[in-house]
Design a protein around this ligand. Structure first.
Ligand SMILES: NC(=O)c1ccc[n+]([C@@H]2O[C@H](COP(=O)([O-])OP(=O)(O)OC[C@H]3O[C@@H](n4cnc5c(N)ncnc54)[C@H](O)[C@@H]3O)[C@@H](O)[C@H]2O)c1
Ligand SMILES: O=P(O)(O)OC[C@H](O)CO
Length: 320
């Protein structure tokens, strides 16, 4: 299998490092020619401090080497995925495209694997998702992730090919569950960050995580996901990691919102756009998604932390 990676950010590079250290030649495409030149010359990516890029990783800002690969891991922000797929749809036809991004596309209201299926119908779509920080993967720390592919035979091939000494992959055919778990946990991570940033306490965060999980399940099951997938690495596992670690950008963004401090707007925070997509989906499908809705309102400045808290606490009392 000839493996290419689209995206020279933290995650694409980290996956490349793990796969290359396992003996796979890796072809990484990044749109930024300066970043490519820097990685080639220094064998470093500033997004992964302290990590040396193996010599069997090659880099290009031209697409040809990437498009010569049969399996392409796509690690660019979820909201940029449709434009990437549309621009290169012909060349991507027939390839195995493994989405490594987490989010719901605001225009199409679909997760990454579904977006691939819609925009490049001749490709095989898969998802690689689950609890993992790029820095951990690149440093060789152990991680367990979900490889989702509707075609189980191809899923088994990908599971073997993309597992490394530090990445243990579990397999499912439920791509909807895998893509929605990874997208929705980012919204809950923002909410958790807000709670801690606003000094509401760790009990409040535990309540948000616990009540956030059935909220994730409500939407995911309505869209065709399987409950087991949500309870696994790509759902509950990633929810726990992202809601409790300052390594998470979504969580740190929530901290900034909650404490009223500044935040670098160039940081990739997938949960903000996804919260808006979820608010719309919840409205269209008439599904109760209170935490996602207040997160969407907070990110747009339509509410403040104290009003958001009152909104959640004044909801009718009910059975657990
Ligand atoms: N960083 C992590 O720990 C981690 C872990 C798991 C999954 N992910 C997911 O991986 C995806 C990418 O995140 P990241 O951490 O690499 O972010 P990042 O901000 O480090 O890098 C994003 C990269 O995408 C590139 N990019 C942006 N728009 C593009 C476009 N239109 N076309 C091509 N390239 C474009 C940027 O130049 C940048 O190199 C996200 O969906 C994220 O949720 C990240
Ligand atoms: O930094 P975040 O918040 O994008 O989270 C990274 C990964 O998704 C954690 O699994």
């Amino acid at each position: 299998m000839k493996i290419g990676i689209a995206g020279g950010g933290a995650f694409g590079t980290a996956l490349g490092v793990a796969l290359a250290l396992d003996g796979n030649p890796v072809y990484l495409w990044a749109r930024d020619a300066d970043r490519v030149a820097q990685m080639q010359e220094t064998r470093k990516n500033p997004k992964l401090p302290g990590v040396t890029l193996p010599l069997n990783m090659s880099f290009s800002a031209a697409l040809e080497p990437l498009l010569a690969c049969d399996t392409i891991l796509i690690a660019i922000p979820a909201q940029t995925l449709p434009a990437f797929l549309t621009a290169h749809a012909d060349a991507l036809d027939g390839k195995t495209l493994v989405a490594c991004c987490k989010g719901i596309d605001l225009k199409r209201m679909t997760g990454p694997a579904s977006t691939i299926r819609d925009l490049v119908p001749g490709a095989q779509a898969a998802m690689l998702t689950g609890p993992s920080f790029a820095a951990d993967i690149a440093r060789g720390l152990p991680t367990a992730l979900t490889l989702a592919c509707a075609d189980d035979d191809l899923g088994a091939i990908l599971q073997t090919a993309l597992s490394t000494t530090n990445i243990r992959l579990y397999r499912t055919t439920d791509t909807i569950g895998a893509e929605l778990g990874g997208a929705l946990k980012n919204v809950m991570a923002i909410a958790s960050g807000v709670a801690i940033g606003a000094k509401l306490g760790e009990s409040a965060r535990a309540a948000l995580i616990t009540r956030g999980f059935p909220e994730m399940q409500r939407l995911a099951l309505a869209l065709g996901a399987q409950s087991d997938t949500l309870a696994g690495l790509s759902g509950f596992g990633d929810l726990v990691l992202t809601c409790t670690s300052e390594q998470s950008r979504n969580y740190r963004y929530g901290l900034a919102l909650g404490s009223g401090s500044g935040f670098d707007q160039t940081t990739t925070v997938e949960g903000a756009a996804t919260a808006r997509a979820v608010r719309q989906l919840a409205h269209e499908l008439d599904i109760d998604m209170p935490i996602c809705t207040v997160v969407a309102d907070l990110t747009e400045g339509k509410t403040d932390v104290s009003t958001a808290l009152n909104t959640l606490l004044s909801r009718p009392l009910k059975e657990e």
